[in-house]
Design a protein around this ligand. Structure first.
Ligand code: GRF
Length: 238
């Protein structure tokens, strides 16, 4: 069988504009991952331009973070639309004039439909606070504690219509401690989120990612830097 290697962002379905490194970030709330991306750009660790931040909640603290950083913001509230399709078309109409190479979901708390995801196929990233495929969906930290796992963590993945099920780019794990509460564990995971999201975005923009047989490769291989489990347990990335 011939393995198909699809260079991300260079596929025929890529509607990106040229080789620019423009990002549009979608948020719903606090925006700490957005802040980590802003900080990485400022520090020169991420050669990208955040062209706009779009929120679906008026008053989301992340919007203030964007404004402070001088990034244009928009609010498109799902409550203003009678169907999900209309809401998502309004998002697309707002995003596309910025010609982003990559659309970044950073705590965007709406499930996106197939037509939105297909529109940005191969250039839509999400971060999820668990070691996928463990604990898709909500309340991941409480569920991790209840299940008794020894390690928990975060995953950056390509978004596909399969919610929290797209190909994983990078994972980071943290230990679960006996006295953890969901809040304490969430904070430990969040520190790792802030490290791995800018890194995954950088890899994407450097054209270092490809997908083969549903797995994301970095420089053509599954590499330790991706933190991906090779023998069943996720490794912490150094
Ligand atoms: C993060 O835990 C992220 O993994 C999840 O939503 C949370 C957003 O946090 N998708 P923030 O808004 O980036 O602070």
């Amino acid at each position: 069988m011939t393995a198909l290697t699809l260079p991300i962002g260079k596929s025929p379905i890529d509607r990106s504009a040229g080789s620019s490194a423009g990002l549009v970030v979608l948020i719903s709330g606090r925006g700490s991952n957005l802040q980590a991306i802003i900080n990485a750009v400022r520090a020169g660790r991420l050669p990208a331009e955040i062209r706009a931040v779009i929120g679906n909640e008026h008053g989301a603290p992340g919007l203030a973070r964007a404004r402070t950083a001088g990034v244009p913001t928009h609010v498109i509230s799902h409550r203003d639309f009678s169907t999900r399709d209309q809401f998502e078309q309004a998002l697309i109409d707002r995003i596309d004039p910025y010609s982003p190479r990559l659309v970044v979901l950073a705590g965007f708390m709406r499930i996106l439909g197939k037509s939105f995801i297909d529109h940005y196929a191969g250039r839509l990233l999400n971060i999820h606070p668990s070691l996928l495929p463990a604990f898709p969906g909500l309340h991941t930290h409480a569920r991790a504690l209840q299940s008794g796992v020894k390690y928990h963590g975060a995953s950056v993945h390509f978004a596909t219509p399969d919610v929290d099920g797209g190909p994983v780019i990078i994972q980071a794990s943290v230990p679960v401690r006996p006295d953890d509460t969901p809040e304490i564990l969430a904070e430990r995971v969040l520190q790792e989120e802030h490290r791995i999201y800018p890194l995954a975005i950088r890899w994407f923009l450097e054209n270092r990612l490809s997908i083969r047989d549903g797995k994301v490769l970095l420089d053509g291989q599954q590499r330790p830097e991706q933190g991906l489990p090779s023998t069943g347990s996720a490794a912490t990335i150094s």
